[in-house]
Design a protein around this ligand. Structure first.
Ligand code: FE2
Length: 282
């Protein structure tokens, strides 16, 4: 029943140990097994100019959201040129390769689920794929039905604030929320979801818990997080973890909208996904 806040200043990048597989890749782990998660892990990844990750595949899903910079991704017979706010999922056993051909480092938020199996380490489960590192890629401005695993988020996608409507829950316990699903089974993820959440200033989603894990990476704004019996201030750059059955609720404290990237694993059931003790008390 893990729950906690991890400050942005505590995320430290270290160079990937295998410089042949991953040249110029650094990863800052944010939360995983040591932080009480058992179904997923989240991290920041940074690839320096000229850096690449050679073609490989693995027995877990990996989803990403580009935070800054440009990067080429080869997957599923396509090569893409990804920029800020582009996202996607690498399904299990799907060959992919990354390449930064720009002049700036590229940084992305990374989610992996099921959690890569330790103690051998996730890289022990990598398998090399016969897939070249991409040298060029197509912009995501126009997507075709063949582009199955990637997408681009834009502010205008967010609906007007209202009550929460998401797989597994629809109702008034969470109000003044705008939610845009990025990654779920429609995009090829079976084990997890990833979406953008934005709350209006002053919004206060009620305390609840889940039969799955959640993590949120704050992009804008701030909040007081109620995590089990603790209250903790959270701001942009911080990560919240709410493990299975951990009671959590929030009070937004910024005078601007508070936005985060949220992930859930395992993927929520079709109903009974959000449990509000206040409803059951009544
Ligand atoms: Fe939640």
């Amino acid at each position: 029943m893990a729950a906690g806040v991890f400050k942005g200043s505590s995320f430290v990048f270290t160079r990937h140990p295998n410089s042949e597989l991953a040249a110029g890749l650094s990863v800052a782990p944010m939360a995983g097994l040591d932080e009480g998660l058992i179904h997923c892990e989240v991290a920041l990844a940074e690839l320096e100019p000229g850096g690449h990750v050679a073609g490989h595949y693995h027995p877990f899903e990996e989803s990403f959201y580009v935070l800054s910079g440009l990067v080429l991704l080869s997957i599923d017979g396509h090569s893409y040129r990804l920029e800020e706010n582009d996202f996607g999922v690498v399904p299990m056993a799907t060959a992919h390769a990354w390449h930064n051909v720009g002049n700036e480092p590229v940084r992305w938020f990374r989610m992996r689920s099921p959690q890569p199996r330790l103690p051998a380490g996730p890289e022990a489960s990598y398998r090399p794929a016969d897939l070249a590192v991409p040298e060029a890629g197509r912009d995501l401005e126009t997507l075709t039905p063949e582009d199955r695993f990637v997408g681009r988020f834009a502010d205008q996608h967010l609906p007007s604030p209202g009550p929460l409507s998401i797989r597994g829950y629809r109702g008034g316990n969470v109000r003044n929320i705008s939610l845009w699903m990025l990654i779920d089974d429609l995009l090829g993820a079976i084990h997890h979801t990833m979406f953008i959440v934005e709350f209006t200033p002053g919004a206060s989603p009620g305390d609840h818990y889940h039969p799955f894990e959640e993590a949120y990476y704050f992009l804008t704004g701030s909040a007081i997080a109620r995590l089990d019996s603790e209250e903790i201030a959270v701001e942009a750059g911080d990560l919240i973890v709410a493990g299975t059955n951990a009671l959590h609720g929030y009070q937004m404290t910024a005078d601007v909208p508070t936005r985060w990237i949220e992930v859930q694993a395992p993927a929520p059931p079709p109903s009974g996904a959000f449990i509000f003790p206040q409803d059951w008390d009544q």
